[in-house]
Design a protein around this ligand. Structure first.
Ligand code: ADP
Ligand code: MG
Length: 618
């Protein structure tokens, strides 16, 4: 098991795209770190002098090299990692081109010390500009210690091409992050000009992200990270996305594929679509998303510095990503941030691991429809149990706790009891004050523990209907009601084509439509939730709106249709509501996971704190 490096057969060598391996000091960092990881190191130390101009050194405790391998490793296409052309498909191991060390040795002065565990003596190799100056046995630690000095010493043009120290150092740090974020099980150290800047002990994924970035930003990362996980045949997704309220101008956004960093603008879009109505324009959420796919589905044009990768099923992956991120954002958007000003707001506790889980107990009537006036026995005083309503509001928090504690168990992330804040108490409804008041037939006012709660009636109902329709879709119930006299929809040829395209989605959300002759559709039924609406006018509007937007997936088409349906048929402002209608509306609103924002991202509730009211009377 001593000599393990093989020379690549020519056929394979030719398959390997030529290209510049080493563009800047950061490229050396990347290659050396990857080699250390491939050598199964448990601890890796990276030493940088002068932003890598004078020294890039990596010391690992991995498996080391024999005398022959140590010398061979500097030959072009010397690799212990590929033997057959087929192996090229696999990017599971990180380095595999067999040209990194050869390229580095061609343009720098390199000193290698290495020893395999079973050998008593190690090897020292000194090489510069591809010429070997020294090769001898020495005493050295197990593992590999590779120092790259005076990079580009013989290529002055490249040297001049380098940017300022600050820029080159930030490239180096970026490479460092990209590697350490995939290997929380490895202990990493970074020294910059003699100063230790990172000491990353072995931990789990969440711990590693936190350790890397908590030093860089004031806000603690841990409290904003929501775990994501999806396992499908095509793709496994895991990692973390940030709570929307933590979005900032510049963000840490990382995609990894099979353990390597990648850039993927198209998948990035999927994540951003998931956040669409939850963040303000101009700010960005942090995310750390780890994808795992069968390597044969990936086209890696094996350019050494290539971080962009083509997938075979990009659209399908796009949808899975979108759904995964959306789901978690929905699930965790439970603690309403009722503060008016996000700046300086208290950190929202992610979970309390010792909280008891109580199932929601809200009394509500699922078939209630505020339009159906016949349904409501007018002027009947309802007994409404506000305490239960409150329980409903908090139980959603508990559900997220449950989800998290399950995740914690699975991932072996030790839960930390978080800062207690008043946030979850904000919504305590006052038991003795049960009345609602409707202001200008548009807003519902009610008293809660910490002040006066104002609810936008149209947006509240919009949210309720939207969630209900989406749920029916997810449960694959086709919520359709037949109409007494089927209506005909006559269109021009262009529009007919457009309708044909979205016909599956229309059927899915509850329209019962069929083509009925040239450019004519017969409408037999409409989604069950819709009342007081002309089916034809509604369909026309949907067709019109959908053609404006370039929509990527069937999931999004359905969502956009539901958005329109819910918006159209929800109570408008200006409609007078009875006491019971207001109570039901509030109860149903607080059963929605996101009762803070409407599906199009506008505020549904505002809280005027009691102290603000009393201040006005001073
Ligand atoms: P590749 O990583 O693509 O195989 P490199 O030029 O980076 O090519 O490295 C050549 C070979 O040198 C590797 O295949 C490996 O066998 C050996 N090697 C390089 N770095 C190390 C290390 N830190 N520990 C053990 N072996 C190493
Ligand atoms: Mg390598």
């Amino acid at each position: 098991m001593s000599d393990i490096i093989n020379l690549l057969p020519d056929a394979v060598a030719n398959q390997i795209a030529a290209g510049e391996v080493i563009q800047r000091p950061a490229s050396v960092v990347k290659e050396l770190l990857e080699n250390a990881i491939d050598a199964d190191a448990k601890k890796i130390k990276l030493i940088i002098q002068d932003a890598g101009n004078t020294l890039v050194q990596v010391i690992d405790d991995g498996k080391g090299m024999s005398m022959t391998d140590a010398r061979m490793s500097f030959e072009r296409h010397a690799t212990s990692k590929i033997k057959e052309a087929d192996d090229l498909l696999s990017i599971r191991t990180m380095g595999f081109r067999g040209e990194a060390l050869a390229s580095i040795a061609a343009i720098a002065q390199v000193e290698l010390k290495t020893r395999q565990e079973q050998d008593e003596l190690g090897v020292f190799v000194e090489i510069a500009g591809s010429r070997v100056f020294k090769q001898e046995h020495i005493q050295t630690d197990k593992g590999t210690n590779l120092a790259v000095k005076s990079l580009f010493f013989n290529v002055p043009a490249r040297r001049r091409f380098l940017k300022s120290h600050t820029t080159e150092m930030s490239h180096i740090r970026n490479e460092f992050y990209r590697v350490v974020l995939v290997h929380p099980e490895i202990h990493f150290e970074l020294f910059e000009d003699g100063v230790e800047t990172f000491q990353l002990l072995e931990t789990n994924l969440k711990g590693r992200i936190e350790n890397v970035f908590s030093t860089l930003s004031k806000k603690r990362m841990e409290q904003q990270l929501l775990p994501i996980q999806t396992d499908s045949q095509l793709l496994k997704v895991k990692g973390f996305v940030a709570r929307p309220e933590f979005a900032q101008k510049s963000a840490h956004q990382y995609f990894f594929i099979n353990g390597r960093y990648m850039r993927h603008p198209y998948f990035h879009k999927a994540v951003m679509v998931a956040y669409e109505q939850l963040i303000k324009p101009g700010v960005n959420p942090n995310y750390f998303i780890y994808l795992e796919v069968d390597p044969s589905f990936i086209d890696v044009n094996i350019h050494p510095s290539k971080t962009e990768i083509k997938f075979e099923n990009e659209r399908a992956i796009w949808s899975i990503l979108l759904a995964t991120v959306k789901e978690v954002l929905g699930k965790f958007q439970v603690a309403p941030s009722l503060d008016f000003d996000q700046e300086g707001a208290p950190d929202i506790p992610v979970y309390q691991y010792d909280t008891k889980i109580t199932p929601p107990k809200v009394n509500f009537n699922p078939s209630y429809n505020p339009f159906d006036t016949a349904f409501v026995p007018k002027k009947t005083k309802v007994e409404y149990d506000w305490e239960q309503l409150y329980e409903g509001a908090t139980s959603k928090k508990n559900m997220s706790n449950q989800y998290l504690s399950e995740f914690v168990e699975k991932q072996d992330i030790s839960p930390t009891p978080d800062v207690e804040t008043d946030m979850q108490k904000e919504l305590l409804f006052e038991e003795e004050k049960k009345d609602c008041y409707q202001f200008r037939n548009s807003y519902i006012l009610t008293s809660v523990k910490s002040g006066l709660l104002i609810i936008h009636q149209h947006r509240a109902h919009f949210r309720i209907l939207f969630d209900k329709l989406m749920k029916q879709i997810q449960d694959k119930k086709r919520p359709s009601q037949q109409i007494l006299f089927p209506e005909m929809l006559e269109l021009d040829t262009n529009t007919t084509d457009r309708v044909r395209k979205i016909l599956p989605e229309l059927l899915y959300v509850g329209f019962d439509i069929e083509e009925f002759g040239k450019n004519v559709f017969k409408v037999n039924g409409i989604p069950a939730e819709l009342v007081n609406i002309s089916p034809i006018a509604l369909l026309e509007e949907i067709i019109d709106k959908l053609s404006e937007i370039k929509i990527e997936t069937s999931y999004l088409v359905k969502e956009k249709i539901v958005l329109l349906l819910a918006k159209k048929s929800s109570i408008q402002n200006g409609k007078s509501l009875t006491d019971i209608e207001m109570s039901e509306l509030i109860a149903n609103l607080f059963r929605c996971e996101n009762h803070v924002y409407s599906p199009d991202g506008k505020s549904i509730i505002q809280l005027i704190p009691e102290r603000d009211i009393s201040l006005k009377f001073q």
